[in-house]
Design a protein around this ligand. Structure first.
Ligand SMILES: O=P(O)(O)OC[C@H]1O[C@H](OP(=O)(O)OP(=O)(O)O)[C@H](O)[C@@H]1O
Ligand SMILES: NC(=O)CC[C@H](N)C(=O)O
Ligand SMILES: [Mg+2]
Length: 487
């Protein structure tokens, strides 16, 4: 999962893009990049690591221009450690295009072959984003004659891109001299939101597109709306906004994992508040706990910081059991799950969380997490709770068991790494060392996330059900991913 942002202004955008990326850091920690456009010249800086350490003052000074975009990467295709695969990506024709992408393409093998054999395009990395950019460039190139490019030609090109590309993609591109283009895949799996603000003193207006609404709010932008699934939005360098539905059959099916774990709680996605969804997941989980596990002996409910807090609060309230914070987090350590490599994830859980023994000694604790994926966190946490003196540990997950790979932008590509895959509830409890284990059901998760609105009626939840909505994702594909991707 990555974070993306693009801004069109009548003032320099470098600082605003930097600030926006800081707010999106929770979506990707592997690498980051910013590109700006000044007249017809692009400036670009990319680096490994997090936003704070990636940019120097001299880099920021170089990023001139009133139009720009930025990216924080959490690799799902190719290599997390590769500087060359850090985004944005650039092609020089037609016009010059720079692109950032959140999502994961699934027909990369077919696209790689087509782009070389038919379109005669050179690919220099293993990144799926480079494929997406080259398809866009190719479709733009094939739809123009002469020098001019109008909004309809751009939207036609995005329409042809939708026909060629499978998987998930929310993308933002700069087209030299023509402004900023943003588009979302026909299922709207990954988020993208559009905002606007008046510049102080009536000196014009600015447009922004970003992965999460909190970026807009923090920058003082009015949230205009989500970019629709399949839709493309083009904002000219002088601030004119054009939009069109470019997909033949758009259908909004956003990723459930955004609401469960990935997004910041203070964001609203597709009309659903992430925080409210997490509260409702907590309510539903409490009902499940009541139905499945005797709670009479439980002394305290505890969250695993940070993402589980809203759900854990509701569990405690619904069960009428005291809510306590027993795990403390080192705020200087990033999110564990989105780090590349299992060894570093495992080591980091210990560095990140510490169990305070006074809160555990002799107590029967109910620990709530938003999800159990590889079990890296839960295994360590249960062990820490026991060493801190817990009498018993009940573990509850606000998400259902993760049984299948996620191929649409969350890096859980192989079945063997998923702790619940091929294991019964009791086996998983034993694996993580818990006395009791309770999972949310898929139906209850659906209801909890979707409640209270009618805009979203279905969620992308293949990692729980094994049903993949976009592209050909079958046994052969999953086996190929398992054999080739880093996990
Ligand atoms: O079963 P696992 O493979 O360990 O994955 C699940 C865990 O990873 C995430 O936490 P993370 O530390 O990434 O972020 P957070 O601080 O936002 O909770 C998530 O909140 C779970 O705690
Ligand atoms: N998490 C993402 O959105 C990743 C984008 C792209 N697939 C990459 O690996 O760079
Ligand atoms: Mg967590």
């Amino acid at each position: 999962m990555c974070g993306i942002v693009g801004i069109v202004s009548s003032e320099p955008v470098n600082q605003q893009i930097y600030d926006s990326l800081l707010l999106l850091q929770h979506r990707g920690q592997d690498s980051t990049g910013i590109a700006t456009s000044e007249d017809n010249q692009f400036h670009m800086v990319k680096a490994k690591g997090q936003v704070r350490e990636a940019y120097r003052t001299r880099d920021m000074r170089q990023l001139l221009g009133n139009v720009g975009l930025g990216h924080v990467r959490y690799a799902t295709h190719g290599s997390a450690g590769s500087e060359e695969e850090a985004q944005p990506f650039y092609v020089n024709a037609p016009y010059g295009i720079i692109l950032v992408h959140n999502g994961n393409l699934t027909n990369t093998r077919e696209l790689t072959a087509e782009l070389y054999n038919v379109d005669r395009r050179h690919l220099n990395t293993h990144s799926d984003t480079e494929l997406l950019l080259n398809v866009l460039a190719n479709e733009l190139q094939s739809g123009i004659s002469g020098l001019s490019l109008d909004a309809d030609q751009v939207f036609d090109a995005v329409g042809r891109l939708h026909e060629r590309v499978e998987g998930s993609y929310a993308a933002i591109a700069l087209i030299a001299g023509h402004g900023l283009l943003a588009f979302r895949d026909p299922f709207g799996i990954r988020p993208l939101v559009l905002g606007r603000r008046e510049l102080p003193g009536g000196s014009g207006e600015e447009w922004i597109v970003a992965s999460e609404s909190l970026v807009l709010e923090s920058g003082g932008y009015e949230v205009v709306r989500d970019v629709e699934p399949g839709e493309a939005v083009l904002i000219s360098p002088d601030g004119w906004m054009y939009s069109r539905q470019c997909a033949a059959e758009p259908r909004l099916v956003p990723c459930a994992f955004e609401y469960i774990y990935l997004a910041r709680p203070d964001s609203v996605m597709n009309g659903i508040s992430v925080y409210d969804a997490r509260l409702r997941l907590g309510n539903a989980l409490a009902e499940q706990i009541i139905a499945e596990a005797p709670t009479g002996d439980i002394d305290v409910v505890m969250p695993i910081p940070d993402s589980a807090r809203p759900s854990a609060m509701q569990v405690a309230q619904k069960l009428g059991i005291e809510y306590r914070e027993g795990f403390f987090k080192n705020r200087y350590v990033g999110r564990t799950f989105i780090m590349p490599g299992q060894a570093v994830r495992k080591k980091t859980v210990r560095q990140k969380l510490n169990a305070m023994s006074t809160e555990f000694r002799g107590k029967n604790v109910l620990i709530v997490d938003d999800s159990i994926v590889r079990g890296t966190t839960s295994r360590e946490i249960v062990e820490m709770a026991r060493s801190a003196g817990a009498a018993s540990v009940t573990f509850a997950s606000a998400a259902p068991p993760v049984l299948y790979p996620h191929v649409y932008g969350i890096n859980m590509p192989t079945r063997r790494e998923l702790i619940a895959h091929g294991r019964s509830l009791d086996d998983v409890a034993e694996e993580i060392g818990a006395d009791r284990l309770v999972y949310q059901t898929v139906e209850a998760m659906d209801r909890a996330i979707l409640e209270g609105q009618d805009r979203v009626t279905e969620l992308e939840k293949s990692c729980f059900t094994g049903e993949y909505i976009a592209g050909r994702v079958d046994e052969e594909y999953l086996a190929w991913v398992e054999a080739t991707q880093e996990s």
